[in-house]
Design a protein around this ligand. Structure first.
Ligand code: ZN
Length: 103
């Protein structure tokens, strides 16, 4: 299973690179999606990207190289954690996977 560090707020899919807005209020994958998000807020893309690398920067493009084993996503954006016994991905609600659960 391919693991993704974040989930796109635009289409709900797992992503390992993309834009992050306001420290995680919103995530998206492509520049087109980022532009659409900015314009939906009533802002001008050209003005907002001029804030990159200034103290007014409030969103940027990044790659997430590390996957948090306690919370990550699959390609479809389903959220997972890691089985504490066998280290396989499992539903975020559970502590142990069905193979490891004690009956
Ligand atoms: Zn397990």
């Amino acid at each position: 299973m391919k693991k993704f560090a974040r989930k796109s707020s635009t289409d709900g899919k797992g992503i390992n690179r993309g834009y992050i807005f306001n420290d995680g209020d919103y995530y998206c994958h492509t520049t087109e999606e980022a532009k659409a998000y900015i314009e939906n807020l009533g802002l001008k893309w050209q003005e907002e990207i001029n804030k990159f690398n200034t103290k007014y920067e409030w969103f940027y493009y990044t790659e997430w190289e590390e996957i948090d084993p306690e919370e990550f996503y699959d390609m479809e954006g389903n959220v997972y954690t890691t089985c504490q016994n066998c280290y396989q991905p499992l539903n975020i609600e559970a502590k142990f996977c069905t193979n490891c659960i004690q009956t």
